[in-house]
Design a protein around this ligand. Structure first.
Ligand SMILES: Nc1ncnc2c1ncn2[C@@H]1O[C@H](COP(=O)(O)OP(=O)(O)OP(=O)(O)O)[C@@H](O)[C@H]1O
Length: 416
């Protein structure tokens, strides 16, 4: 028998991470529970919900008889997640703070804290996701020699660890993990990888974690909580009033306080309008928000996008893509939306073009395009640019047709 391995489990005070810690303990590891505090505020009722969450996590650790720590990443969250989120809103994009929180906080600062400060052999979370490693392989990662040269060759990683969708496909959270580093993934365990949510709840009940089971599921946006998001974000951004403009005829339909919180596809709240209108585009230089009637207006449907530099979880782009510059795989930009077949092309600067097999509604700049090959989550890139909408294409075809007809009429009689 070797010595007992030490695993640090990120504990939110929720069901999933409580059961994750319990399972790690049952597997015979020495487990430490750590609660992260990333946001410092009281909610609308003057209650600090992170305190009750922390208390809940502590009680679970007590009943498991494992050490408990609390660590604050308020500063880091502010600089690396929240300020980036505000910048994206100012550029007219709709960011995803949960993906950034996993990338910068849980799988960077927390990972380093677990391994370097607490001396753990691995970290764990209650995420529903799977990796290509067995537990024992995770522990072997620590013995790999530290990097000796200043730069690690991008193509040096042998046997990269892959990230797969969880057995419970409905609960799968790889979408939110699509930006995490290979370094962190190599030292991470997901104890819930093979379990369904229902089963996890049953384990929690049997273990007597009633205070945890009673809690409401998920608290909305990462650490900000359930409050009204629009009024919350407007506390941090200068108002940028502008007009609602009808896309179809250019008519001004009303005014708004700022386009930050308006995301493509959402219903526009236009004063005095009885019929529903939907946000289909924004012009951040003029402040115009373009709207169109009907929720499935062709101006909302597109099948092409370009990302920023794509983050591949295994570090290198798939061999097939490097070799041929093209790859067939699957795409989603919203958690739990059905996967859509797509073709990806790789650009010189590491960004990708993604061409979907059919147009989808409300592709949105700032959101992450997440790619899957089979059940492997390959990684993601932030959507920076959209291809033309169905509406634009339709109009283009109509103009071409009209021009052709006009030309036909104008064609001079052939000279005799
Ligand atoms: N405040 C926190 N402190 C420590 N770990 C956290 C915290 N918030 C989230 N985590 C970790 O990230 C995982 C996923 O968090 P998420 O917010 O998606 O909650 P969840 O899937 O509902 O899980 P849980 O039921 O454990 O809250 C958690 O299982 C936990 O390991």
């Amino acid at each position: 028998m070797g010595f007992i391995r030490h695993v640090v489990c990120a504990m939110s005070g929720g069901v999933d991470s409580s059961v994750a810690a319990l399972l790690l303990k049952r597997r015979g590891y020495s487990v430490t529970g750590v609660f992260m505090k990333n946001w410092d505020s009281l909610d609308e009722n003057g209650m600090c919900n992170t305190e009750t969450d922390c208390e809940d996590a502590y009680r679970v650790c007590q009943s498991l008889d494992i050490p408990f720590h609390q660590v604050s990443y308020i500063k880091e969250y502010w600089h690396e997640v929240f300020s980036k989120l505000l910048k994206d809103y100012e550029k007219g994009r709709t960011p995803n703070p949960d993906i950034l929180c996993n990338k910068h906080i849980k799988f960077n600062h927390f990972h380093k804290y677990a391994i370097n400060t607490l001396g753990a052999d691995a970290m764990a979370t209650g995420h529903y996701a799977r990796t290509s490693q067995e537990d024992d392989e995770v522990f072997e990662q620590k013995t790999t020699a530290p990097q000796t040269t200043l730069f690690r060759d991008r193509f040096e990683i042998r046997n990269p660890v892959r990230m797969y969708q969880a057995a419970d496909l409905f609960k799968d959270q790889t979408f939110f993990l699509s930006q995490i580093s290979q370094d962190a993934l190599r030292q991470t365990m997901f104890p819930l990888a093979g379990l369904t949510k229902g089963f996890v709840k049953k384990i929690a009940a049997e273990a007597g974690f009633h205070h945890v089971l009673k809690k409401k599921e998920s608290m909305g946006i990462c650490f900000i909580g359930e409050r009204n998001f629009e009024s919350f974000i407007l506390e941090y951004l200068e108002p940028k009033p502008g007009n609602f403009v009808s896309l179809e005829d250019g008519a001004v339909m009303g005014t708004h306080k700022g386009w930050f919180t308006m995301t493509l596809g959402q219903r526009a709240k236009i004063g005095g309008q009885r019929d529903p209108f939907f946000v289909v585009d924004k012009d951040i230089t003029t402040g115009d928000v373009f709207v169109a009637p009907t929720t499935n207006h062709p101006a909302l449907f597109r099948d092409m996008m370009r990302t920023d530099r794509f983050h591949w979880v295994t570090v290198e782009p798939p061999a097939e893509l490097v070799k041929t510059q093209m790859m067939e795989c699957h795409f989603r930009f919203i958690h739990q939306m059905p996967l859509i077949p797509c073709t990806v092309t790789l650009n010189m600067n590491g960004s990708v073009w993604i061409s979907l097999s059919r147009p989808v509604r409300a592709l949105t700049p700032g959101q992450f395009a997440v790619l899957y090959k089979g059940d492997e989550c390959l990684g993601s890139g932030k959507i920076m640019q959209l291809g033309p909408s169905e509406f634009t294409l339709q109009r283009g075809r109509e103009r071409l047709l009209a021009a052709a007809q006009q030309q036909e009429q104008q064609t001079p009689e052939p000279a005799s």
